[in-house]
Design a protein around this ligand. Sequence first.
Ligand code: THU
Length: 133
Amino acid sequence: MEVKQLMELAAQARTKAYTPYSGFQVGAALLGKDGVVHMGCNVENAAYSPTNCAERTALHRAIADGYAPRSFEAIAVIGDTDGPISPCGVCRQVLVELCDPDMPVYMTNLKGDVLKMTVSELLPGAFGPQDLK
Ligand code: THU
């Protein structure tokens, strides 16, 4: 699948965001190695900290749907930011847990800016599943 198409799906997912507190909508589209796309949006909460980012919604949804960790090819994230949107630290940790270290993360925005980085570039030196073996 083309990156542009994955970005378009992330933009579609973004329209589902539940953001009564920040008003800041984010969408994510996680491409499985089998070609299936898992969509996610941010889901906020009145207590603030239970808020779930779009990236984690997509990742956890895929796992809940029976997809194996590291069975993913790429993720695109989109928000209405000046530059490419940057995943938060918690989402970076979850990406490390569930994705290949060299999996591309396409950070983008509504203007069409795109920044590609790998999971390990986004969280160098991460504490990960290998540390508990
Ligand atoms: N947010 C995401 O969903 N993904 C990001 O990459 C950055 C931030 C959400 C969390 C919260 O609902 C809102 O954006 C403002 O931080």
